[in-house]
Design a protein around this ligand. Structure first.
Ligand SMILES: [Mg+2]
Length: 173
């Protein structure tokens, strides 16, 4: 039987974005990492969901962030939140099939982990996440931040508890 997945974006969900030169960026080193306070993801594991990180890291290809640091930070979340897999797109071209809003990372995970995408969810903070999910039939959940007030998605949340309600009941109410 195929598994259900909860796909999780990294920057803006697990850690804050770094505001630099008029735009938001991924942290480049540990000194720039500010973790959000995120409760345990264990309820989702208990519901049978695979927890899968899906993160665009185009600054790797641009030579601005080291692959090693991205892997270190991912490994930290992997361990602390008992994730099942992490997919990283290091490429900067918007045409690359792995780079969100293209659904390549989701499709790769589907193949490698035997997932039912129609019963899977994504938690993200930007339009790239929402569109990538929509492009492969995954239900989108936006975590509300100051910068995504106008972003349309299937659900909007501000807590792990709300996500749990959606995954259990199909609604926040
Ligand atoms: Mg993000």
């Amino acid at each position: 039987m195929s598994h259900r997945a909860l796909f999780l974006d990294r920057d803006g969900i697990f850690n804050e974005l770094v505001y630099r030169d008029g735009a938001f960026h991924s942290p480049r080193n540990w000194g720039e990492v500010k973790h959000f306070h995120l409760e345990s993801l264990k309820p989702f594991k208990d519901l049978g969901f695979k927890l899968i990180l899906v993160t665009n890291q185009p600054d790797i290809e641009r030579g601005i962030i080291s692959h090693g640091f991205v892997e270190e930070l991912n490994a930290f979340y992997f361990k602390n939140f008992e994730l099942d897999a992490a997919y990283v797109c290091p490429f900067s071209s918007n045409e690359h099939p792995l780079k969100k809003p293209n659904p390549g990372m989701f499709l790769l995970a589907k193949k490698e982990m035997d997932l039912d995408l129609s019963k899977s969810f994504l938690v993200g903070d930007t339009d790239k996440d929402v569109i990538a999910a929509r492009n492969c039939g995954v239900t989108s959940i936006v975590w509300e931040r100051d910068y995504n007030k106008n972003l349309k998605s299937d659900f909007r949340v501000t807590s792990i508890k709300e996500i749990e309600k959606i995954l259990r009941n199909g609604s926040i109410d």
